[in-house]
Write a protein that binds this ligand. Sequence first.
Ligand code: AYL
Length: 459
Amino acid sequence: NLNQTTYIFKSKLADIPINNTIPLHTYSFQKLPQISHHPCLITSSGKTYTYGDTHRASRNFAVGLFNLGIRKGDVIMILLPNSPEFVFSFWAASMLGAVSTIANPSYNSAEITKQLKATKSKIVVTRAMHVHKLKQEEENTFIVITVDNPPENCMSFSVVSRTEGTLPEVDINPDDAVTLPFSSGTTGSPKGVVLTHRSLITNMAQLVVGENPNLHMKEDDVVLCVLPLFHIYALYCVMLCSTRVGCRVLLMEKYEMRALLELVEKQRVSVVMAVPLLVAAFSKNPEVEEYDLSSIRMVMSGGAPLAKDINGAFRSRFPQAILRQALGMTESGPVIAMSLGFAKYPMATKLESCGSVVRNAKMKIIDPLTGSSLPYNTSGEICIRGQQIMKGYLNDEKASAEAIDEEGWLHTGDIGYVDNNDEIFIVDRLKELIKFKGFQVESSTIVQRTSKGGSRYEV
Ligand code: AYL
């Protein structure tokens, strides 16, 4: 219908040029010569790796993987909690033009096997305690590397990292996959989400690059990484964005409130990437009062709706900090919208909004039945277009075509509207996706875990 208006929403920030045809690791470590002595990773026990150390360890592991036969396009599975080796493995794969697939180490054997098979992973990097869950099958064999003492038939991460050789020259295409997180998308079982060098560079630039970055992270920031790196939120928003900016990442293996508070105080954490449950803990748990958390200047909530009543409690405890939201989805590379309250030159925004569409992207809200685009203040399905979105689902053309239409719009399955200040509000969800404490889980898992009274993510 030619008479029909198309309402397109854009960021209030102007588009910027994005150098997204280089490899992801090159883009991310662009400042390395200037910052090689700056801290990059800090573990909860206080061990520090500089940018130089991190890059070197990643390179060494890449050489080791190459010597084990890993080539461009091969997949390695990272089955680890937050740890320096997780970070080194991710960059090592990227440096080889290989691909990482990230998985929750507390998955059961069937869940891991499914992902191993779907991705044809040739290497699994994990801990000795998880090796029993890895099933070798005739049509699906892989080498297991453990970051701790290797059990029989496994190799040691440090030994692999010490093998001689030089990093091969690889020709990386911007549209080559670099990582394969798994997501249920809008329907069905978890599928591999193909994120490319181009998509992740684009999304980093949309947030942390330019004269007025939408998400103002600074070189002297200390960013808390308690959300798991095997999920896109922390992988992207903590690890990738921090590396590009040159700030430090405090790696916490598991969530335990007292330990977390001690670390935030000791390491002077300034940026907290959180899910709503963590925001609630910061705002309401009594033990928070016992610590000096005045270093926190920014708290981001994402992954699930934020409770409306949190603001008062948060403000009284963190008067110096800004709390706002971001909207992301694994398939969208991942950030769709980010509060402009986080910008270098911040704008007035509302806490209840999950942000405004990122720059260098287009968003529309459509009527889910007719597909026609809707104006301001009218709810419909959020669709996003830009170079940051996934290439598609791994080996699943049907699901890919359902998610991304011929014009390149990714249909998110989220229902929301845009207000007069260009802020997005989520009101509902079309999709079957099950989220537990801010993260996706398989429906079978939720029943299993809750019946035991525990949770997969302690957040
Ligand atoms: P996935 N408010 C409400 N729902 C949200 C929000 C939010 N702020 N953020 C995410 N969701 C829901 O793939 C929404 O239904 O990635 C969305 O389609 O596990 C779904 O979660 C996607 O789930 C960030 C912030 C990355 C968030 C993310 C993505 C996390 C979730 C980077 O800075």
